[in-house]
Unconditional design. Structure first.
Ligand code: CA
Length: 449
């Protein structure tokens, strides 16, 4: 659950990671990505031991009119007027005058968040770098220990919701390294800041009001309601609106505590996946071998086929086993092109993508779950020799493609589905295997034309 330009699933504490994944892996921040933000999935150590740096005072990289330095300063001046205007909406949600007053009277905006909201790093990591960071031996061992320690809770939650315990543990591990990287920003202050300043105010007004509802109800202790800059909190990073939809008081103490109660955390996360369509007893997908002669234009989210049909196209499981249920529908993901592994993704992968709409993170969650269950690493190697293009190079790639008549939309340095399709078309017309992978070789070939 993370954040990016559009989709905020749960915004992770680690901001750096967000934009990177988006840029490198071509994440589509779509409709389903409303409550969590891929942008911030917690993976790297948060800078919590040092005082947070102040706002840079600079205009945001998005170029949005509400993100200029002047617009941010002006909005900050009117912060309290803006918050006070939300009182009527809060009252309609059953928030009392005293709760509203007590929690908002001394609030100040956290302008540093404006830098994070528009963070567009120049250099990005590759798909395999993210998997290396998120699925480590240490994380596998810790996850197995937690599965053992909370076996009773996992048993009950699995029974009640039909969601595989290893997936729940993997979400816990990928989102916050099992609750150790939760972030330390006040959810109330973050969502209030974003509700009144910057380019996502409509979205965050809802998150801010939902935060007040949580405080009014007393589900989570105010001092424990801390998290990422975008307001995601707890070991599995619930945004306040997602909390309202999915949180469950599984240990029946009267509080839906997705921060400090392991049964509530696991049950709420399972409830979220179940409501998003998790198919009980199924896995998320399979690593597959894609022949070099394959028609890579079929590798597309929007072109699902049955596993049987994929087999007819020459695709095989990497471990040599047959597909257990060949009639299941799957789409093909080839994140690193013909030189890397392919994956046939089942419905449950799409459910994980709703939880965290970044392909690399969703794959990390599925893979970590398999490893926790005792499975091995991926069979095929990643093309680790491939250099990842910088943001400047990605922009140049898009501009060159556009100049040669390929449709990439508005060049933005983010390699989404449209850019991948354009690369595939270019490759197909230029005697290369059309795998859509934005390699340095493709850029060189475009430059030479
Ligand atoms: Ca509870």
């Amino acid at each position: 659950m993370g954040e990016d330009g559009n989709g905020m699933h749960k915004a992770r504490p680690i901001v750096i990671a967000v934009g990177l994944v988006a840029a490198t892996c071509g994440i589509a921040f779509g409709q389903g990505a409303q409550d969590r933000s891929p942008a911030t999935t917690g993976t790297l150590p948060p800078a919590t031991s040092q005082p947070a740096p102040p706002w840079s005072g600079e205009s945001g990289a998005s170029g949005h009119p509400l993100m200029t330095a002047d617009a941010i300063r002006t909005a900050a001046t009117h912060f309290h007027t803006c918050i006070d205007k939300l009182w009527q909406a809060a009252a309609r949600r059953g928030i009392s005058r005293s709760v509203f007053h007590n929690y908002t009277a001394s609030l100040t905006p956290d302008l540093r968040i404006m830098d994070l909201l528009d963070n567009q790093p120049e250099f990005t990591k590759s798909f395999w770098d993210y998997l290396d960071i998120l699925v480590t031996n240490d994380r596998i061992e810790q996850g197995r220990a937690l599965l053992e320690k909370y076996r009773g809770a996992f048993d009950s939650v699995e029974r009640a919701f039909g969601v595989d315990r290893h997936i729940l543990a993997a979400i816990w591990g990928v989102e916050t390294n099992y609750g150790t990287l939760i972030g330390e920003r006040s959810v109330l202050r973050s969502t209030a800041t974003l509700a009144c300043i910057g380019r996502r105010q409509d979205y965050f007004r809802e998150e801010f009001l939902s935060t007040l509802e949580i405080l009014q109800r007393g589900d989570v202790r105010p001092d424990r309601l801390v998290g990422s800059w975008a307001g995601a909190f707890g070991p599995t990073q619930f945004m306040p609106t997602a909390f309202k939809k999915y949180a469950v008081d599984f240990d029946r103490d009267g509080h839906r505590d997705v921060v400090d109660s392991v049964p509530d955390v696991l049950a709420s996360t399972a409830n979220n996946l179940k409501k998003d369509g998790w198919a009980t007893g199924n896995t998320w997908g399979y690593e597959v071998v894609v022949p070099t002669t394959f028609n890579f234009l079929l590798a597309d989210h929007s072109r699902p086929m049955s596993l049987r049909e994929w087999e007819r196209q020459g695709i095989r499981r990497a471990n040599g086993q047959p597909f257990p249920r060949p009639d299941e529908q799957a789409f093909l993901l080839v994140p690193a092109g013909v030189q890397g592994p392919g994956f046939l993704m089942l419905n449950n992968f799409s459910v994980i993508m709703k939880y965290n709409p970044a392909e690399a993170y969703a794959l990390a969650i599925g893979h970590l779950a398999d490893r926790l269950r005792g499975g091995g690493p991926f069979v095929q190697d990643w093309p680790r020799y491939e250099r990842v293009l910088s943001r400047t190079e990605r922009l140049e790639l898009q501009q060159l493609l556009a100049r040669h008549g390929y449709d990439v939309g508005e060049p933005d340095g983010l390699l989404g589905l449209r850019t991948r399709t354009a690369i595939r078309d270019f490759q197909a017309k230029n005697g290369r295997i059309p795998d859509g992978f934005a390699s340095a070789g493709v850029l060189d070939q475009l430059r030479a034309r």
